[in-house]
Write a protein that binds this ligand. Structure first.
Ligand code: SF4
Ligand code: SF4
Length: 386
């Protein structure tokens, strides 16, 4: 990984030692970086430079601060499979619904409630009387299990950032009536798959700073080398994102592959090693389906055999198949969430965007989650140049 500090050409952001004395929302600095981007765009051999970010929190900042409107035409910034809610597969939701309908208390993050399973969501199950609870952290489920006499299942979703706290719960000898239904996913293999898609034109990745706090920026070195791509780890303030994009465009212009860390105040090359140890002690990465994208080797996190006693799939005979049998899927065939998450389409390319499909009546998973591209675009007016 290059340790070279970003130079003045990138607006001087940020220095490699992690020190950043700028205000992260300073409009003048942002304009200076936008000018740099304009110039870099003119120097590109083959514009537009297509950059994919893989984080719902990045998309929220990009929309909120109008960052796409600051980019020149020669730079295209798209969102990939960066929302853990959107990529949770229908059969995984079906398993949670089946358990809830069977009388088990199911606890999960709030965004998961409205995500459609094959025929029903957890919200539907709750409306029909099932005990479905919302939690804000993995630790909350321990409290629920302590208060309840019956079985409590944590429908655990999210990437490395939330899988590490789930692992910590498993290692904390939680109450015996608690088990985990893991739908946790691991991002790097998904980035590999998206980079390999035949119709992809991704030339660089803006990697998620939050996930990299756990895994470290070094995790992307193999990917960058194998696909000869630049990967820049970026933070979430407007200047963080602009600086990350600028570094990527510079590397694309120079034909340079490799990893840069544009979020050194939070991310190191090695990451949080104790959290990684806990994560890989409890979970192993196996192949699994990401909704609408593909079956991805090594991208689903399941509990290791040593922790089978806490694995809901071992503890219960989950009959999720019956959910698909009693009615047609309510997901429309022409929902293009999969294309959006693999970077080949944008929400406004979907004919249902803002019409049949709205946050109040989501047709696809991308309109459900606060980190889903369709929902974010809808919230900020549905303009592709956000
Ligand atoms: S969990 Fe991390 S990677 Fe996922 S959307 Fe949130 S910040 Fe981004
Ligand atoms: S607008 Fe709705 S139906 Fe269309 S891709 Fe997005 S989530 Fe799917």
């Amino acid at each position: 990984m290059s340790e070279t500090p970003f130079d003045e050409a990138t607006g001087g952001l940020p220095s490699a030692d992690g020190h950043n004395d700028l205000e992260f929302r300073d409009p003048e600095k942002a304009r200076a970086i936008a000018d740099t981007l304009e110039r870099l765009g003119e120097e590109l051999e083959d514009p537009p430079a297509t950059i994919m970010h893989v984080c719902g929190s990045h998309e929220q900042s990009i929309a909120k601060f109008g960052i796409r409107s600051m980019l020149p035409d020669a730079v295209r910034l798209i969102m990939g499979p960066g929302c853990p809610v959107c990529i949770t597969d229908m059969p995984e939701v079906d398993e949670a619904v089946a358990l809830a309908e069977d009388g088990v208390t199911v606890a999960t993050y709030g965004d998961m409630l409205k995500v459609p399973g094959t025929t029903r969501s957890l919200d539907d199950a709750r409306a029909a009387g099932a005990d479905v609870r919302i939690v804000y952290s993995a630790a909350d489920v321990v409290e629920i299990a302590e208060e309840e006499d019956g079985e409590v299942v944590f429908f655990a979703t999210g990437f490395e950032t939330t899988a590490a706290p789930t692992a910590a719960v498993v290692l904390s000898e939680p109450p015996a009536n608690l088990s985990i239904l893991s739908a946790h996913k691991y991002v790097p293999p998904a980035m590999e798959i998206v980079a390999e898609l035949p119709d992809t034109d991704i030339q660089g990745y803006l990697a998620a700073g939050n996930a990299a706090i756990i895994t470290g920026s070094g995790i992307f070195e193999d990917l960058a080398e194998r696909h000869e791509l630049p990967v820049v780890v970026g933070g979430f303030e407007p200047l963080d994102i602009l600086a990350g994009v600028t570094k990527l465009v510079e590397m694309i212009r120079d034909g340079e592959a490799g990893v840069e860390n544009a979020y050194p105040r939070c991310v190191t090359r090695e990451g949080n090693e104790p959290a990684q140890e806990q994560l890989w002690d409890v979970f192993e990465a196996v192949g699994g389906q990401w909704r609408g994208i593909a079956e991805i080797p090594g991208a689903n996190l399941v509990l290791r055999e040593e922790y089978a006693e806490y694995d809901a799939r071992e503890r219960f005979d989950i009959d999720a198949d019956s959910l698909g049998a009693d009615g047609a899927s309510r997901l429309a065939d022409d929902c293009i969430c999969g294309d959006i998450m693999s970077g080949t389409a944008e929400p406004t390319d979907c004919e249902m965007f803002g019409k049949e499909c709205t946050p109040d009546n989501p047709v696809g998973a991308c309109m459900v989650s606060s980190e889903g591209t369709c929902k974010i675009w809808h919230e900020y007016g549905g303009r592709p140049n956000l």
